[in-house]
Ligand binder design. Structure first.
Ligand SMILES: NC(=O)c1ccc[n+]([C@@H]2O[C@H](COP(=O)([O-])OP(=O)(O)OC[C@H]3O[C@@H](n4cnc5c(N)ncnc54)[C@H](O)[C@@H]3O)[C@@H](O)[C@H]2O)c1
Ligand SMILES: [Zn+2]
Length: 352
């Protein structure tokens, strides 16, 4: 079968590899669609980061480069391994793409996403969604209703990132949120916030993404920092209170500064973006306003509720898909667009 395999920085190859064997306790999935994520671009340009370099096998998967890529995918079950009783061939599914040690508890309330050596399917080994087929441990397979189109279902993984960030913020219906950055993560997070009854103010630079946020209705207000003073506008909108919660989705220090200025006393700032360098923060403001600054990583038992939002039509993922491509065009049409012309796209999805 065809698969996109990461060998090293700048070296991803479309190759023919053997089909996975569907071992006991696993589910064989015919991949329908797989999204390209910012993390995949980081691996290609600056990596390997999550990907275990050649000769340095990951402690849980036992694999190192070359590995199959792709962690945002949907598909149809074509086989189930021995012992899997509750999923049937033909079922539509998405995957919570974790590689986590077998002895880590993953039930409600367990922080398995923070466990030692945690990695992701499609980065740390165990196959990936940028291939025709994959076998995944039953624990990480989530059935979805057939009413969710499989192309949209590929966006459930990044939507779950937004869902977990929302949970981390403690925001509730009636609150006002400021979302810094309207890339795929900022937009999908905003979709969750809107579905939860929160007013969303977004700050974003790119014309296409500002338009997307307004057209889809995931933001109530869009503020462009090149046109207005974002904090002044936030104060007008909130009658000088400031927002209850804010989300940093740009890894830009100016945006973080704006969030600190714009969040109300005792409010919460959630850092969603991945920072490859240290940030500065106005600690005096944090102290004088008793702000909470929190991180958020991936998701933990958030898939069921995330899927429900889509099944119930509270989030429409369709408008966030801006391109559909074939696996052979992964680099030329997928990675190249996102690296050189990022603001023209939101999610590019691949049909393996
Ligand atoms: N915490 C997690 O679990 C998790 C999961 C997935 C991705 N991420 C991270 O989230 C971040 C966002 O991901 P993405 O795919 O949306 O990235 P992206 O680069 O596509 O989006 C960032 C957006 O911020 C905007 N921006 C940049 N500077 C700005 C400024 N000064 N004011 C307003 N807007 C500005 C850009 O125009 C862009 O649209 C990345 O760092 C990514 O690695 C985190
Ligand atoms: Zn991702």
């Amino acid at each position: 079968m065809k698969a996109a395999r990461f060998y090293d920085r700048g070296d991803i190859r479309i190759e023919d590899i053997p089909e996975p064997s569907v071992e006991p306790g696993t589910v064989g999935i015919d991949v329908a669609w797989c999204g390209i994520c910012g993390t995949d671009l980081h691996e290609f340009m600056e990596g390997p980061i999550f990907i275990p370099p050649c000769g340095h096998p990951h402690p849980i998967s036992g694999e190192s480069a070359p590995v199959t890529m792709g962690h945002e995918f949907s598909g149809v079950v074509y086989a189930v391994g021995k012992g899997v009783e509750d999923i049937k061939v033909g079922q539509h599914v998405v995957v919570e793409p974790y590689i986590i040690a077998d002895d880590v508890p993953t039930g409600p309330g367990e922080n398995y996403h923070l466990s030692k050596n945690m990695n992701f399917i499609g980065l740390g080994g165990c196959g990936g969604g940028l291939s025709e087929k994959i076998a995944v441990k039953r624990r990480w397979v989530h059935p979805i209703a057939n009413s969710i189109p499989l192309d949209q279902a590929a966006l459930i993984e990044p939507l779950a990132v937004g869902y977990h960030a929302f949970v981390r913020s403690g925001a509730k219906a009636g609150d006002v949120a400021l979302v810094g950055g309207g890339g795929p993560i900022g937009l999908l997070l905003s979709a969750v916030l809107k579905a939860k009854g929160i007013t969303v103010i977004m700050t974003e630079l790119s014309a296409k993404r500002k338009e997307k946020a307004l057209d889809t209705g995931v933001a109530d207000y869009i503020l462009d920092p090149t046109e207005v003073n974002v904090t002044d506008e936030v104060m007008k909108i909130t009658e000088n209170r400031g927002v209850d919660v804010s989300f940093e989705c740009t890894s830009n220090n100016k945006v973080l500064d704006t969030l600190v200025e714009s969040t109300r006393a005792t409010g919460t700032i959630v850092i969603v973006s991945i920072w490859s360098h240290p940030a500065t923060v106005n600690v005096h403001s944090v102290v004088m306003k008793e702000l909470d600054i929190r991180g958020t990583i991936a998701y933990v038992n958030n898939h069921a509720e995330t899927i429900k939002l889509v099944e119930e039509g509270k989030v429409n993922l369709e408008p966030f898909i801006t391109q559909r491509i074939e696996l052979d065009d992964l680099i030329s049409q997928g990675f190249d667009t996102l690296i050189h012309n990022n603001e023209s796209a939101v999610k590019i999805i691949v049909r393996p």
